[in-house]
Design a binder for this molecule. Sequence first.
Ligand code: PLP
Length: 473
Amino acid sequence: MASTEEAVRTGESTLQELARRHLWMHFTRMSAYRDHEVPIIVRGDGCYVWDEHGKRYLDALSALFCVNIGHGRADVVQAGADQAKELGFFTNWSYAHPRAIELAARIASLAPGDLNRVFFTSGGSEAVESAYKLARQYHKLTGKPNKTKLIAREIAYHGTSMGALSATGITSLRQPFEPLTPGDHHVPNTNTYRLPDGISESWFAESIAEKIEFEGPDTVAAVILEPVQNAGGCFTPPDGYFERVREICDEYDVLLISDEVICAWGRLGEWFGAIKYDYLPDMITTAKGITSAYAPMGAVIASERVFAPFQTGTHSFTHGFTFAGHPVCSAIAMANLDVFEREGILENVRANEGKFREMIEGLRDIPIVGDVRGTGYFLAIELVKDQESKETFDDEECETLLRGFLSGELYRRGLICRADDRGDPVIQLSPPLIAGPEQFAEIEEILRSVLTEAGERMHVHSGTGHFAVRPGV
Ligand code: PLP
C-alpha cells in the first residue's frame, strides 16, 4: 500500500507520489518520471487547463485532438447527470434506449450521403476494429468470403486493439505485438513535402490500385484512410485523391472506410472530413469530438449498402461492446452537438482557420521549420536540419530534439501541443474549436522562441546548409 503520509513527509504532493506508484500511463516511458514530476492537470476552462500547482496552460492539442468545444462546459456535464438520474445504463445488445436512438438519427442526418446506420462503440480503436470486422462479415454475407484484407497507409495511426493495430502503419507500435491480425497491407501516405523525385501526386492513389492488384482483388475487403492523416504530421490529400480512391474501390468492390476519429466534428471546419473533401465512403469511423471528450464514445457510421445484408433474414453483425451507446455518453454527445449548433462552432473554425494558418506560416523564417501543413484547426510543423535540402533528423537527434528539449520546454512555457516523431519530427497543433486570434498569438509567441532555441541547440542555421549536434545537448 502506498503511504500518503510518507508523501507528505517528503514534501511531495500526495498525488505525485500516488501517480508514480500506481498510475500506469499510456504510451509513456514511466522511467522518465523517476526524477521528474508527473504533469497532473486538475482543471480546465475554455482553451486553458491548470496543473496541480495552479499553473495555466494553453491547450493547443484539445487534450488529445478531442475537447472540441473546450473545457469546463457545465451544461454538457449536466446533460449527463440528468440522464444518469433517469436511466443510468442500459445496453445496446438487443435493447435500445431513447438517447442512443436520438443520437443515431442525429448523426445520420449530419453524415454524408446514405451513411445512415450508426453502430456505437466506446472509442476510436473499437470503431476501427468494428469497421474492419464489419467489412469482413459484409463480404462473407455477399458471397465473397475471401475478401478479408485491409489496406491502410504508412505511418497512419488507427488504434491499438489487434485489428486496429494491424491497420496502424507505425513499425515501432506494431513490432512489440507481432504477429498481428493477418491481412494488413500498407501503401504510401500523401506526404507531398517528401514526394520522391520524378513521381507525380497521382501516384498516391494509384499505389492503392497497384496494391489491390498485387494482393488479388478477390482478397481485399477494405481500404482505411483518414481525410487528413494525423501521424507523420497532418498530411492533406492532393486534389482529386479521394475521387480516384473512390473509383478504385468501386472498380474492385473494396469498401472505403474514412477514419475520422480526429477529422470529424468540426476539426476541419465541417461535420466530417469526407464532406470537406467531397467523397462518399462506405463507412466512417469516429470518436473523440463526438462528445468533445466529456464522455468516452465512438461509432461506425455505415451506408445502406453495408447494412443491407444485415437487414433481412437471420444474420446479425456478431459483434458488440457492453458500454457502447451508453445513455449517459449519448446524452452528453447530444448536448455537445447542441453546443456546436447553438454557438456556431463550425463557423468559428471557418472564420478563423485562415488566421491560424497564417500565424503558423509566419514561423517559416525560423531555420528549423521545414514545412507547415494541414487544414482547419489541425496543423503540423515539420522540423528539419536544413530548409533547402529538407534533411531530417536521425533517431538519436530526434531523441535529443523532441524528448530532450521540445516537449519539456513547450510544457514549461505553458503550451500543450505535440512533439511527435512517429514519422519525421513534427509539432502538432489542434486547439479547441472555440480558439481565436488571442490564442493563436499566444501559440505563436511561445513557438517562435522555443523553436528558435531548438534550432540553435541543434546548430541549425539559416541558408548555410550547416548542421551539427552540440555535444551534451
Ligand atoms: N483512429 C485514428 C485516426 C486516431 O487518431 C485514433 C486515436 O488517436 C484512433 C483511431 C484510436 O482511437 P482511441 O484512442 O479512442 O482508441
